[in-house]
Design a protein around this ligand. Structure first.
Ligand code: PLP
Length: 286
């Protein structure tokens, strides 16, 4: 497998950045994960817009121009012969310099790493795609809207989920309200039948899948209420699903020890999974 590292295409297994890289020392960097479906990037523009925003919020410099990055992404995909389902990982850090917290001296180059790997085929069977989550305290920081490589609380949450036999952990804030999951956004159809997901803000990552799905709702005659819901509302929900670049629309049929209603995938989730499937296929019918 071939990776791009600071201007060069190198074997991923032996690709290197400097030991003084601030991504390694401090987690001082940002990233993106883009899904490639049958050779097409899904919501690429949304991902690059979010990268631009993440870089700006942390006052990180673009390592190369946006057009150049688009070319690098394609070159990595091409060199790895990834013509079907794949994910592309893009990371930018504040570069290497003397280890001190202050930003490095002017002129220090950002580090850019891009690699890719094949993904299993896009799921066809929504019932088989269903999974479970646990819930736990949101232990992250106040700027979860920035996609930084600082992911310790997310790692601990995902590991706890795995050890409990679940896929994800819904993060519950100090007020008992659900923010999102450790690596995905979370949606419910509440007890009154209303589709809900938390409004954008510093508490959640503005998911590109969340944004893409939101744009598909009116064609499905669905309305979205962007309002926070509590852990109790999550437990009482008619339907629960999560979204991310690698989970797509993923039904949740179990929350902690209880099944969501009768434990089968509900009609709204089913409809949105189908709509998102058409979206990743470029609008083609199934
Ligand atoms: N929330 C968190 C914390 C994430 O890490 C991710 C993606 O990795 C998401 C939400 C979903 O974002 P996207 O749909 O852009 O993949």
């Amino acid at each position: 497998r071939i990776a791009y590292v600071n201007g060069r295409y190198v074997p991923l297994a032996t690709a290197q950045v400097r030991a003084e890289d601030r991504g390694f020392l401090f987690g001082d960097g940002v990233y993106e994960v883009v899904h490639l479906h049958r050779g097409r990037f899904v919501d690429e523009e949304k991902h690059l817009n979010r990268l631009t925003r993440s870089l700006g919020e942390l006052r990180l410099a673009w390592p190369v121009g946006r057009r150049a990055l688009e070319g690098i992404i394609r070159e990595v995909v091409e060199r790895n012969r990834l013509h079907d389902n794949a994910l592309v990982y893009i990371q930018v850090t504040r570069g290497a310099g003397k280890r001190e917290h202050y930003f490095p001296k002017a002129g220090t180059r950002s580090t850019l790493v891009v690699f890719a790997r094949a993904l299993p085929a896009f799921p066809r069977d929504v019932d088989a795609w269903a999974t479970s989550i646990i819930t736990g305290p949101d232990q992250r920081w106040d700027r979860c809207d920035i996609k930084t490589v600082n992911l310790l609380p997310n790692i601990l949450a995902k590991q706890a989920a795995k050890e409990a036999g679940a896929f994800e952990m819904a993060q519950v804030d100090a007020d008992g309200m659900v923010t999102e999951c450790a690596s995905s956004n979370i949606w419910i159809v509440d007890a009154a039948g209303q589709l809900r997901t938390r409004a954008l803000g510093h508490e959640i990552l503005p998911g590109c899948t969340r944004a893409a799905l939101s744009e598909l709702l009116s064609a499905e005659n669905l309305t979205l209420s962007e309002t926070a819901f509590s852990l109790e509302e999550l437990r009482a929900a008619r339907e629960v699903f999560i979204t991310s670049a690698t989970s797509f629309v993923r039904p949740i049929t179990r929350v902690d020890d209880d099944s969501v209603q009768d434990g089968t995938v509900g009609p709204v989730t089913r409809k949105l999974f189908a709509a998102f499937t058409r979206h990743v296929q470029g609008g083609l019918p199934n």
